[in-house]
Ligand binder design. Structure first.
Ligand code: ATP
Ligand code: MG
Length: 335
C-alpha cells in the first residue's frame, strides 16, 4: 500500500467548488417535503393519543438532525411510560392501530436490534419507521443537529459524503458497511481535528444540557449559538475538506490502533478501549465510538470482506479528487 501523506490537493480542485455546492443544494429537502413530513407526524400523533393519551411522538434520525436528504424515510420514536405492557406488546398494538387506519405495508419488526413498526402513508407517499422509547436516539439526534449549527461546512461535507456512500453502496449496515449516523460522526470528528479546528468538542465543554437516556448519562454544551464563529480561523473550502476527508480514510487513518471519538474530539487508542481483539461478532476493523454509548463501536457491523470494500471505496474517492478531470460526476457513479 502506497502512503501518500506528502500529497497536496490539486490546485484546480477549487474550480469544482460551485458544482459540489450545487450538488449539496439539490440534496436538501424542499419546503414542500418538510410540510408533508409534519402533516404525517400530526396525523400519527392523533392516532397514538387516542390509545395512549400521555404518549408522545418525536422525530429523530435524518429528518430531525438536519442531515436528511430529500425523499428519505422518516424515523419516529414513541415515548411512553406504560410499565404494564412490554415494549413488544406496545409495538404490536401500534401496528394494529396503524393497520386499521389507512396506512399501508404495516409491518412489526420485533426481532430487529432496534424493534420497529414500518409503514407507508399513501397520502404523502412517505415511509416511516416507529420505535418505542429509544431515548438515546433522540439525544444523539439533538447532538448532531447542534453540531450542524456551528459551521455550515459540516452539513455540506456530510451531505456529499452520504450521497457518495449511497451511490457507491457503502451505506448498507446489513451488508457490513456503515450507517448514515456513522458517516456523520466521521465528518464531525474530521472537522474537530482540522488545524485550526472547524468544530469544537461539545462534550468536552461545560455541560448546559444533561439527561439520562436508557440508563446512560448524556451531557454537553448545547448553547451553540455562542459558537457561530468557532471555525472562522480555518478557511478551508468544501472541496479541500472533501479531498482531505477521503485522503484521511484512504491513506492516513491507522486502522490497526486508532478509534475516532467525537466525545473527546480526538483519536483514542483501541488498547484504551479494549477493542483490540474480536469478541463475538465485534471485530473492530474500523472503530467509531458512539458519543454517548461509549462501549458501542459503530464500526462493529464491518467484517473482513466489507472492510476491504470500504477501504477501496475511500481510495477510489481520494484518487478521483486527486486526478480525475470530472470529479463531480465520477465520484458518484453508481456502483
Ligand atoms: P438516512 O438519511 O440514511 O435515513 P439517518 O440519519 O436517519 O440517515 P439511520 O442510520 O437511519 O440514519 O439512523 C437513524 C437514527 O438512529 C440516527 O440518527 C441515530 O439517532 C440512531 N442510530 C442509528 N444507528 C445507531 C447506532 N448504531 N447507535 C445509536 N444510535 C443509532
Ligand atoms: Mg433514517
Amino acid at each position: 500500500r502506497i502512503r501518500r501523506r506528502e500529497l497536496r490537493s490539486p490546485h484546480n480542485l477549487d474550480s469544482f467548488g460551485p458544482c459540489f455546492f450545487s450538488i449539496f443544494k439539490s440534496l436538501v429537502p424542499s419546503e414542500d417535503e418538510i410540510v408533508k413530513q409534519e402533516q404525517l407526524l400530526l396525523s400519527l400523533r392523533k392516532l397514538v393519543k387516542k390509545e395512549w393519551p400521555d404518549a408522545e411522538l418525536h422525530l429523530y434520525g435524518s429528518c430531525a438532525n438536519s442531515f436528511g436528504v430529500s425523499n428519505s424515510d422518516i424515523d419516529v420514536c414513541l415515548a411512553i411510560n406504560d410499565y404494564e405492557i412490554s415494549k413488544l406488546d406496545i409495538l404490536l398494538k401500534l401496528a394494529d392501530i396503524l393497520e386499521s387506519s389507512n396506512l399501508q405495508n404495516v409491518q412489526a419488526l420485533t426481532h430487529a436490534r432496534v424493534p420497529i413498526v414500518k409503514m407507508m402513508d399513501p397520502v404523502t407517499g412517505i415511509s416511516c419507521d416507529i420505535c418505542v422509547n429509544n431515548l438515546l436516539a433522540l439525544v444523539n439526534t439533538k447532538l448532531l443537529k447542534d453540531y450542524a449549527q456551528i459551521d455550515q461546512r459540516l452539513r455540506q461535507l456530510a451531505f456529499i459524503v452520504k450521497h457518495w456512500a449511497k451511490s457507491r453502496r457503502v451505506n448498507e449496515t446489513y451488508q457490513g458497511t456503515l450507517s448514515s449516523y456513522a458517516y456523520v460522526l466521521m465528518c464531525i470528528h474530521f472537522l474537530q481535528t482540522r488545524k485550526p479546528a472547524i468544530l469544537p468538542c461539545l462534550q468536552g465543554m461545560e455541560a448546559t444540557c444533561r439527561v439520562i437516556a436508557n440508563e446512560t448519562e448524556c451531557a454537553y454544551f448545547d448553547k451553540v449559538e455562542k459558537l457561530k464563529n468557532f471555525g472562522a480561523r480555518n478557511k478551508e473550502s468544501i472541496t479541500q475538506l472533501l479531498w482531505a476527508f477521503f485522503h484521511y480514510w484512504a491513506y492516513w487513518h491507522d486502522y490497526t490502533n486508532d478509534v475516532i471519538s467525537v466525545r473527546t474530539g480526538r483519536i483514542i487508542s483501541k488498547q484504551e478501549k479494549d477493542w483490540t481483539r474480536r469478541i463475538g461478532n465485534d471485530r473492530h476493523l474500523i472503530c467509531i465510538e458512539d458519543p454517548f454509548q461509549v462501549s458501542h463501536d459503530l464500526g462493529r457491523v464491518v467484517d473482513k470482506f466489507s472492510i476491504k470494500i470500504l477501504r477501496e471505496e475511500f481510495e477510489r474517492a481520494a484518487d478521483i479528487l486527486q486526478y480525475n478531470s470530472n470529479p463531480t460526476v465520477t465520484l458518484f457513479e453508481p456502483y
